[in-house]
Write a protein that binds this ligand. Structure first.
Ligand code: FES
Length: 97
């Protein structure tokens, strides 16, 4: 199960392998700010509080855009982080502003 927590809308959905967190939010109408979809604006930034092991490792774009400490604390870019296997994942949209 994938739990997506937007600013207003929270939803638990069945994740689709290969889709990004942002793809899931858009498909399921969870409010999730974004702009570039290329890993540069960070408007889609989010905090993965559970199930990081079910996501693909950070992309080069995420490594460039996020600080190492952010990655360590569980921050990801929603437009980059793809679900790679089934399991419980909890994600909170947490842009800088
Ligand atoms: S939408 Fe710009 S970094 Fe994800």
């Amino acid at each position: 199960m994938l739990e997506l927590k937007g600013r207003k809308v929270h939803k638990s959905i069945e994740p689709e392998l290969g889709l990004t967190l942002l793809d899931h939010a858009l498909k399921n109408e969870v409010d999730w700010g974004f702009s570039c979809v290329r890993g540069t604006c960070a408007r889609c930034r989010c905090l993965v509080s559970e199930g990081m092991e079910h996501l693909a490792p950070p992309t080069e774009e995420e490594e460039d855009r996020l600080e190492p400490e952010e990655l360590e604390r569980g921050f990801r870019l929603g437009c980059q982080a793809a679900v790679r296997q089934a399991g419980a994942i909890v994600v909170l949209h947490k842009p800088y502003f």
